[in-house]
Write a protein that binds this ligand. Structure first.
Ligand SMILES: [Zn+2]
Length: 115
């Protein structure tokens, strides 16, 4: 058996996670679809929720999202971006959320913790 693999082994820990830049790119893609413009997008450690949205349109996403499935990231990203349009969780908010996700994602998912 000869070791003949490509030399770019990044290690196992981060193998399945995306980078913060990739997450921001996903946020931008969704922002274009939803037609909103966040003031800023940050990825940082958050202990109690997946993301937050300030009243000035600054979005912060938990770096834990980097290791989550694309559908989980979509749910969180669209949720926060939609708050730039709808500042509450009323019926309209949820129907828009489902509408965007159903249009671009394969199906419903379960989010681990509430947010
Ligand atoms: Zn919310």
């Amino acid at each position: 058996m000869t070791a003949h693999e490509s030399g770019t082994d990044e290690g196992q820990e981060t193998q399945r996670a995306i980078s913060a830049e990739a997450l921001k790119a996903e946020v931008e893609t969704w922002a274009n679809r939803i037609r909103v413009q966040p003031t800023s997008v940050q990825v940082r450690r958050m202990t109690r929720k997946w993301a937050s949205c300030s009243s000035k349109g600054r979005l912060t996403f938990s770096e834990d999202l980097l290791a989550e499935a694309v559908a989980v990231r979509a749910e969180v990203i669209v949720h926060e971006l939609l708050h730039l349009k709808v500042p509450n969780h009323a019926k309209l908010f949820h129907s828009l959320l489902r509408g965007y996700l159903d249009a671009h994602s394969p199906g419903p998912i379960d989010l681990p913790p509430p947010f």
